[in-house]
Write a protein that binds this ligand. Structure first.
Ligand code: PEP
Length: 254
């Protein structure tokens, strides 16, 4: 059956790329994919490059995302960036709860849920990341871990906000390791996540929410992953740092 959810493919540049490197990357990418309309394409540069990249993607098919934001609106929060500040650069998406932030900044589901609400208040769509570690997978608790991350990180969202939220299933053991979940392994968890969304918001909402897969997505495995019934796009790390690789992921997914 044809999926009626539009694919969304986002590149997470992480702590890579100076401003001039970011400009090279976005220009290269625009050359390859500026005609693509079938996929929602998003790039998430570091904060320092948002302004310049924003100028380049304005009036193109590529949308801008940030890699994190504060749950607070304004005030004495040294080093933080608020949603309204991101909006100045026409940021439409924000990655929240990436496993690197859960691990190194000790972000909790509760904090991520506050950030997701703050993003919605500013009309920025959150891309909320969940995923199990290798140890958790091997001890058979993947669904328990992912189910509890979904419930905790999306707590308090209305059904309308849920529709405007993207979930990224990223098994921690597949991020930056070159190990991809097989398309069957990924599909199994995506289907499980849709079931949890259905328990929370009903079948109709669950059917419409887009769930990305992330973890060593490359031009060679994108098509098979995207052809799974519950996989609606990709969150791409390493391969998004190269215009040719990222554009091939997009083009191979159509
Ligand atoms: C990520 O960090 O979100 C990610 C999926 O990284 P990579 O594609 O490099 O595995």
């Amino acid at each position: 059956m044809e999926k009626d959810r539009k694919l969304i493919i986002a590149g997470n540049w992480k702590m890579n790329k100076t401003v001039s490197e970011s400009l090279d990357l976005i220009q290269g990418l625009l050359r390859e994919v500026q005609q693509v309309k079938e996929v929602d394409m998003v790039v998430c540069p570091p904060f320092t490059a948002l302004s310049e990249v924003s100028r380049k993607v304005i009036d193109t098919q590529i949308r801008l995302g940030a890699q994190n934001m504060s749950e607070q609106g304004v005030g004495a929060f040294t080093g933080e960036i608020a949603a309204e500040m991101l909006k100045e650069f026409l940021v439409r998406y924000v990655i929240l709860g990436h496993s690197e932030r859960r691990q190194y900044q000790e972000e909790t589901d509760c904090l991520i849920a506050k950030k997701a609400l703050a993003a919605h208040v500013a009309s920025i769509k959150p891309i909320v990341c969940v995923g199990e570690t290798l140890e958790q997978r091997e001890s058979g608790v993947t669904n328990d871990v992912v189910g509890s991350q979904i419930k905790g990180s999306l707590a308090g969202l209305s059904s309308q906000q849920m529709l405007e939220t993207i979930i990224a299933y990223e098994p921690v053991w597949a991020i930056g390791t070159g190990k991809t979940a097989s398309s069957e392994q990924a599909q199994e968890v995506h289907q499980f996540i849709r079931g949890v969304l259905s328990d929370l918001h009903g079948d109709e909402i669950a059917r419409q929410v887009r769930i990305q897969y992330g973890g060593s997505v490359k031009p060679g495995n994108a098509r098979e992953l995207m052809s799974q019934p519950d996989i609606d796009g990709a969150l791409v790390g390493g391969a998004s740092l190269d215009a040719k690789n990222f554009s091939e992921i997009i083009l191979n997914s159509i």
